[in-house]
Design a protein. Sequence first.
Length: 141
Amino acid sequence: MLPPVAAAPAGLPLPPPPEALVSSPLPPTASAQGKIVAGFPETALQFPDGSVVVSTGVSAADTVLQVTAEAISPSSQDSVVGHFQQKLAALSFWSEPAPAADGQRSVRFVRGPDSVTLTTSVTGTGSTRFMLLGNLHTTAG
């Protein structure tokens, strides 16, 4: 007689989803020139040191906060992209190249339903202009 069949091992449990980067109530729609607008998720989307803010904006709809930013960094494109890869990887984002216009570089960062697209270009003075467009949700994912 054969021993009873045991259930197959289930493997390791899935890790819990990361905590949401924004929470309710979301800030009112707003924008600012030359500074960080109220309600912008500065902790999650930290700019490289020495960056000069051109504009930022937030727009809320239901459980989604859309964020925009444009700034200029004295660092190289590779350094700016590396900065955001490091900061967002620490928040469980993965990244992939995204389509970009000639002379630009674009990287998309994704974490569950959250996404951030970074687009960079070199200015005439050799600095790096970068733009962020993000959709962040109040629910973990």
